[in-house]
Design a protein around this ligand. Structure first.
Ligand code: CEZ
Length: 795
């Protein structure tokens, strides 16, 4: 993927990497971006399809409520657009009836020009058809549930034009109980209503404050409107709706227990170069008073500008702690703007759930330690307050009053304690805030214990959850949710978790040792060694580590398996935990290279399962090459990346890292279908079985990958990791990079870092403000100071 041989793709960065522009609606048809605030989320794809959700306080929808709500609210890789949820504007030429729509769907006419321009705080399309340029843009206010839309139409045809514009916001099937829609001149828009069904009386009292209205409010009074989807579509369908193609004027209809839609019509006359501008608000509301308030607060040019300014302010903390300049400008744009934004989204919105999985919560806040450490600290303490008396961590962390553990969080998983020291190591390195260890946390039984004591208990819990062989029971899952039937009878064990426990114990032992807790340090170091020894005894398979041993005593993820022969996670964590000595490390790296590495990244297992394996579980039912069944599951690839930096495998690490990011090569962009504005949870694997779909992005931006990838960039690739009171400087650039630069913000100081390969240098040589650092450790870092760091690397 070197820059020299790439063909420029259909997308490019602009404005110093702060915008990404895709210039085709069809080259990467599912390419998407997302906008969010603390209360809502909006995912948009390049053709105008969109899904939104908001918190009340559980996730809810105000358009296209799916009949069955899955654990993850969307799987955008699937053709959700078959139900056409989206935000569109039809444009009809009143003289000749010619029709197109912006951004692209539902008419799907090939535009003369097209740009899907994705910003950090907005998305907009500029589309030209028949000499008419339509610009459609959306942004969100920082803390309210509302989409703010701007429509601008410009006549670039050089002659006078008479047009009808039809903003079209489908609301879709909302409820089997009750749904309707009508134009409300008094409220200034179309108001659709539905009733969230309930059966248990108690639910009513939770639901009666729900926002069951969906409104499309306008600034400018339209000439006509329609509120019923099927009346609008008629026999022509959305592609050529009867209400547009057969009639001059929308009929002003309503929806009476019929599927609602919000459609407005504006007649405009445009002189050559004439422009018309419109603003709309699309949002849920509880009642008419709230609708009126939304309109009063937001529907003006000034209010839109104020919301944009407030949102920019909100994003200040999403800037991250690293600014880089490297030979790879796409990596620079991604690392400087988009990845920290994605990390911040996770940490500040908690994926818009009220009961995040404990491991997700802790890893997401590990990422937040680099952006806004106070939030990470508070989250950690909040999680620890839910520790059980025996030391175990619950499956999910309840975030609001009345929240419950739902869906996957009702399934017993055994790995949650592991993430406590993983978080702590990153947090302490980044902040030096050792006071956290002495912070007293009251749990739900009312018991007070400090963080260090609670960590001891969590580690002892991991040590207690071992079978006779000394391996960790898996129950109905570990990090891998769908690995639910390895140990459901109570005997199966997880090789990965045994290694992860060893790593966690060792991290905690190290922290204890540095803070004068020698006895605990020795206890936990011994525990780590016991786990490692058990793994080497029972699950070293000759060339790599097995993934586990089932209830019936069958080792899996081993060379005799036809499917699921090798799993990535045990290899990564064996390098982290120290289970793998140098000889084993050489062998397992070779096995990973031979069996799991592809141009799309490193797969999570191989070969993918092609049918249910009842002693592994529902993972094996997933489509081969998708998600945990052999995709390039980036979260797992990020663990691998972290372990590669841990053992100093800079070039392997670079290839693993760069494969997570699409482009700039055209074919790579098109095959993945992923814009380099977020790292998706997976790219399809199964390149031998299904080469056609290999590499295709899941388009899912909820993923622990973001935090790990950011950590790896800061601490691995650029090697700028906190240590005690100082900063360890040990970059691991790929060997083909002659130089790189970074600006690192660290504990209130700024370090300008120049890294260069220099002929004749035998070992890395670090100077700070001209002073040589023998061991690469800058011992103290003063807040408010600027440091000039220079690293000479061997050529
Ligand atoms: O969920 C993620 C979980 O949120 O999958 C990871 C796990 O570590 C995260 O905690 C690996 O299993 O089938 C499933 O239940 C899957 O596990 C998914 O729900 C998966 C989603 O795709 C979200 O990325």
């Amino acid at each position: 993927m070197s820059a020299a041989v790439t063909m420029p793709g259909p997308c490019r960065f602009e404005e110093g990497g702060r915008r990404l522009v895709l210039d085709s609606p069809t080259a990467m048809p599912n390419a998407s971006t997302f906008l969010w605030n603390r209360r809502m989320l909006l995912q948009l794809n390049c053709r105008g399809y969109a899904t939104a959700q908001f918190m009340q306080p559980e996730p809810a929808k105000y358009a296209h409520a799916p009949v069955l709500e899955a654990k993850t609210f969307m799987q955008p890789e699937q053709p959700y657009y078959a139900h056409h949820p989206g935000r569109f504007c039809y444009v009809r030429d009143e003289e000749n009836g010619a029709l197109f729509s912006a951004p692209y769907a539902p008419v799907n006419r090939t535009p003369e020009s097209f740009a899907f321009s994705v910003g950090l705080a907005d998305a907009r399309w500029t589309v030209r058809c028949d000499g008419i340029e339509v610009e459609l843009g959306v942004s969100l206010p920082p803390d309210e549930v509302a989409e703010l839309w701007t429509l601008r139409v410009r006549n670039v045809s050089g002659r006078r034009r008479r047009l009808s514009l039809y903003p079209y916001f489908p609301v879709g099937y909302m409820s089997w109980m009750n749904q309707s829609g009508a134009y409300r001149p008094d409220l200034g828009g179309i108001v659709c209503s539905s009733v969230t069904p309930y059966q248990k009386v108690a639910d009513w009292f939770r639901q009666r404050e729900f926002k069951d209205l969906t409104v499309l409010l306008h600034e400018r009074v339209p000439d006509a409107w329609e509120a019923q989807q099927s009346a609008f579509e008629g026999a022509g369908g959305l592609h050529a709706p009867d209400a547009i193609v057969l009639r001059e004027t929308l009929a002003g209809g309503d929806a009476l227990y019929e599927t609602p839609a919000a459609i407005l019509q504006y007649r405009v006359f445009l002189e050559p170069d004439g422009v018309e501008e419109f603003r709309f608000l699309f949002a849920p509301a509880h009642d008419e008073a709230e609708v009126a308030a939304l309109r009063a607060r937001h529907l003006s040019a000034q209010a839109f500008a104020a919301a944009a300014e407030a949102y920019d302010e909100y994003l200040q903390d999403a800037r991250g702690c690293l600014r880089i300049t490297t030979p790879d400008p796409w990596l620079d744009a991604f690392a400087n703007h988009w990845l920290p934004r994605q990390v911040f989204y996770h940490g500040d919105s908690n994926r818009l759930t009220t009961d995040p999985q404990t491991r997700n919560f802790l890893q997401d806040h590990m990422g937040m330690a680099y952006l806004r450490p106070a939030t990470a600290r508070a989250a950690f303490l909040h999680a620890l307050a839910q520790q059980e008396p025996g030391g175990a961590m619950p499956d999910g962390i309840l975030l609001v009053e009345g929240a419950e553990l739902k869906y996957i969080n009702q399934v017993p998983h055994t790995d949650h304690c592991v993430w406590l020291p993983v978080f702590l190591q990153a947090y302490l390195d980044e902040t030096g805030d050792a006071s956290l260890l002495r912070e007293v946390v009251r749990d739900r039984t009312g018991e007070d214990a400090d963080v260090a004591t609670r960590l001891d208990r969590a580690m002892r819990w991991l040590l207690a959850q071992r079978d006779g062989r000394g391996l960790s029971w898996i129950a109905q899952g570990d990090w891998c949710d769908p690995m639910n039937m390895v140990g459901w009878k109570g005997r199966g064990v997880s090789g990965w978790l045994s290694l992860a426990s060893a790593h966690a114990l060792r991290l905690w032992a190290g922290i204890c040792a540095r803070h004068g807790r020698e006895a605990e340090a020795a206890e936990f170091e011994a525990g780590a060694q016991a786990f490692n020894a058990a793994m080497n005894r029972h699950l070293w398979d000759g060339d790599w580590y097995g993934r586990g041993i089932t209830d019936d005593g069958v080792a899996f993820g081993v060379h005799v398996d036809g499917e699921g022969r090798i799993y990535l996670n045990p290899q990564s964590w064996a390098m982290l935990s120290g289970a793998a000595d140098e000889a084993k490390r050489t062998r397992l790296l070779a096995a990973v290279d031979a069996q799991l590495v592809s141009r799309w990244g490193v797969a999570m297992l191989d070969p993918p399962y092609t049918g249910m394996r009842e002693d592994v579980g529902r993972l094996t039912q997933k489509f081969p090459g998708s998600a945990e069944n052999g995709a390039v599951y980036n979260h797992a690839a990020a663990f691998y990346l972290h372990s590669l930096y841990h053992v100093g495998e800079a070039d392997r690490a670079w290839r693993t890292l760069r494969a997570m990011l699409a482009g700039p090569d055209a074919q790579d962009c098109v095959q993945r279908g992923q814009l380099p504005v977020f790292v998706p949870n997976y790219y399809r694997g199964a390149w031998r079985l299904h080469p056609r779909t290999a590499g295709r992005s899941s388009q899912l931006f909820n993923t622990g990958t973001a935090a790990w990838l950011y950590r790896c960039l800061v601490e691995g690739l650029f090697g700028l990791r906190g240590e005690g009171d100082g900063l360890r400087i040990a970059p691991q650039l790929p060997s083909h990079w002659p130089r790189a630069q970074a600006l690192r913000r660290f504990r209130g100081a700024e370090l300008e870092v120049e890294i260069e390969r220099v002929a004749g240098v035998a070992a890395p040589r670090v100077t700070v403000d001209g002073q040589l650092l023998e061991d690469g450790l800058l011992r103290t870092v003063e807040a408010g100071r600027r440091y000039a760091v220079r690293v000479d690397l061997p050529a």
